[in-house]
Ligand binder design. Structure first.
Ligand code: T46
Length: 136
């Protein structure tokens, strides 16, 4: 399946502050094998520029904000992450670019697989070819 969607997490707050729990198979719809985070991103930097073959991921701006450009080979859409109670779930052949990182942005990403460079498609023309083949 190829899709992306915003998942709204329940904020468990009390007088001490806020807490959000992300649980495999509940509000994260995959087995979590890896967690990485992107922070201290320099002004004007753009990241990503790739798609994945098998990976499922959930990206959360736990602090600050950033923008994802998501492209399924037919249309491109902008999704801005501004709140730790929102996760961006991405599955299947979606080209992603990330930009407009605020200086305080901490982007946490939960991933369904261990790191594997072979799962990356880093050439946009090959990505379009894969999208075409996936539909045939
Ligand atoms: C994605 C977006 C949202 C590792 O060694 N292990 C890891 O788990 C990751 C994620 C990266 N790396 C290495 C690979 C590169 O040498 O760290 C370096 C930077 O990775 P990359 O240029 O792929 O980073 P981004 O920000 O362009 O993309 C990352 C993820 O790689 C990617 O899966 O979907 O964030």
């Amino acid at each position: 399946m190829t899709k992306y969607e915003i998942v709204n997490f329940k904020t468990l707050g009390d007088e001490r502050g806020s807490l959000i729990a992300i649980e495999e198979g509940y509000n994260a719809p995959f087995d979590i094998k890896r967690v990485y985070y992107i922070f201290d991103t320099k002004k004007g930097v753009e990241r990503g520029f790739h798609a994945h073959v098998n990976l499922k991921q959930m990206a959360i701006a736990v602090k600050g904000s950033c923008t994802f450009i998501l492209d399924n080979g037919k249309k491109r859409e902008k999704v801005k992450l501004t709140n730790p109670n929102q996760g961006l779930f991405i599955e299947g052949l979606i080209w992603r670019e990330m930009k407009d990182f605020s200086s305080d942005c901490v982007l946490v990403v939960l991933a369904s697989e261990h790191f594997d460079e072979h799962d990356y498609i880093r050439d946009y023309d090959i990505f379009l070819e894969e999208v075409k083949n996936a539909k045939n």
